[in-house]
Ligand binder design. Structure first.
Ligand SMILES: [Zn+2]
Length: 278
């Protein structure tokens, strides 16, 4: 296995051509496994090359399944039993427990976040520019994943995930560890006045996450917006891990919807995975 550092917080491990990232500060890998997949080492072609994990972007489904198998073996997380949600850029948090756990894995319905304290169940979110957020509560041994684009951020999906963990497991924000995965960075994420207005109406700190780029246009720091949202709830800066990786700058490693997808969807999705060890 080849290992190297990527940015300030991520470790890139490569095995058999499959590269995955992890954040060593998030958790002891003996108790919590987590990973961000990259586009390296798969069998998809064209704009999907090569480790596309999504069955919803018109890639060849056989290749997607093969990619999931390749990743499963490399990441060692039993990804054949993956549990996921039908992501809709909303704010619904789905709790996975013994009662709704799909045997052999599967979809829990519409949602943009999943939380659990079930052990041995790998959770997955798929992204290409949107921010994947990892949550880990070492005190109550609970974990979660949230998917935040600008709409999800405005609807407080990250804050709602932390609140849902509080209700379900007694999770306290000041004890929670959070990692912000790769997403479209403040270097590349230009937005118009609609997005700027929505943020400034909702968040008192919105001025901190926008930089004017041209008349009527701003660069948005999506990761920082979610960091502000979570720290407002009591998350400690020291427990926050920022990958700082932009999906456009690192387009060789990640899919970017903004940089690659035209009128017809022609790009893939990489995955965020988390699992409490049994
Ligand atoms: Zn960028």
């Amino acid at each position: 296995m080849k290992t190297k550092k990527l940015g300030a917080e991520a470790l890139q491990q490569e095995q058999g051509g499959i590269a995955v990232l992890s954040f060593p500060r998030l958790a002891d890998p003996k108790v919590l496994r987590h990973a961000v997949s990259t586009r390296l080492g798969g069998v998809s072609r064209g704009g999907y090359q090569s480790l596309n994990l999504s069955l919803k972007v018109r890639d060849d489904p056989g290749r997607v399944q093969e990619n999931r198998g390749l990743l499963s073996r490399a990441a060692g997380m039993g990804l054949d039993a993956l549990v996921y949600v039908d992501q809709v850029h909303g704010d619904r948090v789905v709790k996975l427990d013994a009662a709704n756990r799909p045997p052999g894995g599967g979809c829990l319905g519409e949602g943009d976040a999943i939380i659990t304290n079930e052990k041995g169940v790998p959770l997955m979110l798929l992204v290409a520019d949107c921010l994947p957020i990892f949550f880990y509560d070492p005190t109550h041994q609970a974990a979660g994943l949230a998917h935040a684009g600008w709409r999800g951020t405005v609807s407080h999906v990250a804050a709602k995930t932390l609140l849902a963990m509080g209700e379900a497991y007694g999770t306290r924000p000041e004890e929670t560890k959070v990692a912000l995965g790769p997403c479209i960075g403040p270097c590349c994420y230009e937005v118009g006045v609609e997005v700027y207005r929505e943020f400034t109406e909702v968040f008192p700190w919105a001025g901190e996450v926008f930089r004017r780029s041209s008349p009527g246009h701003w660069k948005l720091d999506l990761a920082q917006a979610n960091a502000c949202q979570l720290m407002e709830m009591g998350l400690k800066e020291g427990n926050l891990i920022r990958s700082g990786l932009c999906t456009i700058r690192h387009n060789d490693l990640f899919y970017s919807h903004r940089a690659e997808a035209g009128e017809e969807e022609k790009t893939g999705r990489f995955g965020a995975f988390i699992m409490l060890n049994s």
